[in-house]
Design a protein around this ligand. Structure first.
Ligand code: BGC
Length: 260
């Protein structure tokens, strides 16, 4: 049996993090070679690379600060020679940022969230698309959030970055379509990872969060990763320029479930 992503090369930014490690493993299980991009401590990325190699595909850890275009260029060049030319880019690296009202937040911290979530994704998309359009094949998947469309008090930088990434997705998709390249956004809801641990580890926080989700529970990373593999594969060959929300219904205004 041929696997869905046999022979493809994927790069996942934030590739050893909460959602990222599930993405990297699922892509590898579907047959792709995976570049695990990371910043900071190399240990989790190296451990994941070993786990991925055990599945019988190629994998390397790629260290890069995605807010720096020169570092991103160097990372893609390294992947070209050590892994293969990228077919699938997963722009997953992201930070929630500090919680503070817009008129109280430190502007440098606000800017940092935009630099990682939006500029970082842009720099990586630019390098990936340069390679994909000449080969007339490839997929860029930007991981946005339900906060692409749901405002979130205290997180104006995060919501602005994710809404921006949603529109960047559409525009890149429009530009790349004639070259046979697809660009998509995948928008998770509340998925149980370290990013929101302070909420789900507190019973009151978890109960409040669950009330915002029609399905009444948080999602698990593999519930997003399965969709990601599908979006990256030819099963989604006619899908581009749109956001796929995988959120247990979080974007459905659950307060309107009854009455109104
Ligand atoms: C954020 C999480 C949050 C979820 C739902 C995600 O984009 O990263 O911290 O739990 O949205 O609000």
């Amino acid at each position: 049996m041929t696997l869905k992503l046999e022979g493809k090369t994927a790069i996942v930014t934030g590739g050893s993090g909460g959602l990222g490690s599930s993405f990297s493993l699922a892509l590898a299980a579907a047959g792709a070679n995976v570049g695990v991009a990371f910043i900071g401590n190399p240990a989790p990325a190296k451990a994941l690379v070993a786990q991925i190699q055990a599945l019988g595909v190629k994998s390397i850890a790629l260290e890069a600060d995605i807010t720096d275009p020169a570092a991103v260029k160097a990372m893609f060049n390294q992947a070209d020679t050590e892994l293969g030319i990228v077919d699938i880019l997963v722009n997953n690296a992201g930070i929630d940022g500090v919680r503070a009202r817009a008129w109280e937040v430190d502007a440098a911290k606000w800017r940092k969230t935009l630099e990682v979530n939006l500029f970082g994704a842009f720099h990586c998309a630019q390098e990936a698309l340069l390679r994909m359009v000449v080969r007339r094949s490839g997929v860029v998947i930007n991981i946005t959030s339900v906060h692409e469309v749901i405002p979130w008090g205290g997180y104006s930088a995060y919501t602005a970055s994710k809404a921006g990434l949603g529109m960047l997705t559409k525009t890149l998709a429009q530009e790349a379509a004639e070259f046979g390249v697809r660009v998509l956004a995948l928008a998770p809801g509340a998925i149980q990872t370290p990013i929101n641990q302070s909420v789900w580890s507190d019973p009151n926080g978890l109960a409040d969060l669950n009330k915002k989700i029609p399905m009444g529970r948080m999602g698990q990373p593999d519930e997003i990763a399965k969709i990601l593999v599908n979006l990256a594969s030819d099963d989604s060959s006619y899908l581009t320029g749109t956001t796929v929300f995988v959120d247990g219904g979080m974007t459905l205004y659950s307060d309107f479930s009854h009455g109104g």
